[in-house]
Design a protein around this ligand. Structure first.
Ligand code: PLP
Length: 400
């Protein structure tokens, strides 16, 4: 049977992601991968899970095994009201929705808001899986320029002035992929712009709790509550495998997020949500975040030092104060995908940065580095090998 012929036009137009092929190599034995984006398994609260499981069974019993509301498990939604307040997000129960990971919302928002050809304004670079989710709804993109401090408000304003934008999508803090953070002044300017242009903004915030130094910054949601859907997750501060994402949205949109979720999975796992509720209610978040920071901070510092020691003139990189990624920009003309192929021969993998741009002709000379799943020794070895690969590629280009 010709199964391909059965595919919906929408599905047939989807491309298998080239990055998947690259990352298959990254998973081969002996490879030091700076290419993934997983939290470190050492950061998971395995011990605590016994206690949480016990609490869930005692407190909720069969209710934790039962079908539940699409909006989310009540105790978790209520616990999230206080958690959101720590982010300056003023949430009421009816504004909080749970999904299977925050990824679930990126898809649901696409499904609810994007008609084929609609324009979404995104930072260049941006989160690859957000593009993948929105691509399924035939979104088009207007790219907002970024610099060392992330999204440039003037560029956002230009994009809004010159396009009919359905919504803006941004990751203001320790962005994936760049590790960059939008500073306070810019956040204020962005909140002002979206209110003036009366446009909706999706603030995707998985990483802000993982701050290793510097001051916490207010969310854009706290500055323009009516114009922002705040999307976050317990994946980076608890366990990604439980797939607990949440958002704070105006009810008029939340209603539709709920309707489309009913068609997808009725609701996210009640049991996992009950574990999430007990995790928040038990006061376990602050010590767990402290533990995660203790694991990640030395790795980030090791990577920054290794870059300083090994990368030649002509390269620059982000200096994040938290999160899981940093971003390297090489000289114009350098193709990081070619460097990738040299680096994997030295058993080091990373992700070429062009995959994070809506237009893959952009960001050819960039790469994303992840530091959470490697040791400090591996980081030193890997960055040295990477510097050699960069040098070899530069020689090849100069002799071509
Ligand atoms: C920016 C961003 N948004 C969303 C997600 C999805 O996270 P989850 O679905 O585990 O909540 C990630 C995961 O890496 C991410 O980096």
């Amino acid at each position: 049977m010709d199964y391909e012929k059965l595919l919906a036009t929408r599905t047939a137009n989807m491309k298998a992601s080239a990055i998947r092929e690259l990352l298959k190599v990254a998973a081969s034995p002996g490879m030091i991968s700076l290419g993934g984006g997983l939290p470190s398994p050492d950061s998971f609260p395995l011990e605590l899970m016994h206690e949480l499981t016990e609490r869930v069974l005692r407190k909720y019993g069969a209710a934790a095994m039962q079908y539940d509301m699409t909006e989310g498990f009540g105790p978790l939604r209520r616990a999230l009201i206080d958690y959101c307040a720590t982010k300056g997000v003023d949430a009421k129960l009816e504004n909080i929705y749970i999904s299977s990971g925050s990824q679930g919302f990126l898809d649901a928002i696409g499904k609810v808001l994007v008609s084929p050809g609609d324009i979404v304004a995104v930072e260049g670079p941006t989160y690859l899986a957000a593009l993948q989710a929105l691509n399924a709804y035939d979104a088009r993109y207007a790219m907002i320029q970024t610099d060392d401090e992330g999204l440039i408000p003037e560029s956002l304003e230009y994009v809004l002035r010159t396009n009919e934008v359905k919504f803006v999508y941004t990751i203001p803090t320790f962005q994936n992929p760049s590790g960059k953070t939008i500073g306070l002044k810019r956040r204020i300017a962005i909140a002002d712009i979206i209110q003036r242009y009366n446009v909706l903004l999706i603030e995707d915030d998985p990483y802000s709790s993982l701050r290793y130094r510097g001051e916490h910054l207010p969310t854009i949601k706290s500055m323009a509550p009516e114009h922002v859907i705040y999307v976050s997750t317990l994946s980076k501060i608890f366990a990604p495998g439980l797939r607990i994402g949440f958002c704070v949205a105006p009810e008029a949109i939340g209603k539709w997020l709920t309707i489309v979720k009913q068609g997808v999975d009725l609701h996210s796992s009640t049991y996992a949500q009950a574990l999430g509720a007990e995790y928040l209610l038990g006061g376990f978040v602050p010590p767990q975040v402290e533990k995660i920071i203790k694991i990640y901070q030395p790795k980030l510092d090791a990577m920054l030092l290794a870059l300083e020691q090994n990368l030649p003139d002509g390269y620059k990189w982000s200096r994040p104060e938290g999160g899981m990624f940093l971003w390297v920009e090489g000289p114009k003309g350098l193709d990081m995908e070619d460097v990738y192929h040299i680096a994997v021969k030295k058993n080091v993998a990373f992700v070429p940065g062009k995959y994070f741009f809506p237009n893959p002709a952009d960001g050819i000379e960039t790469m994303r580095l992840n530091f959470t799943c490697v040791t400090e020794e591996q980081i030193h070895y890997a960055i040295k090998a990477l510097a050699e690969a960069l040098q070899e590629e530069t020689l090849l280009v100069n002799h071509a």
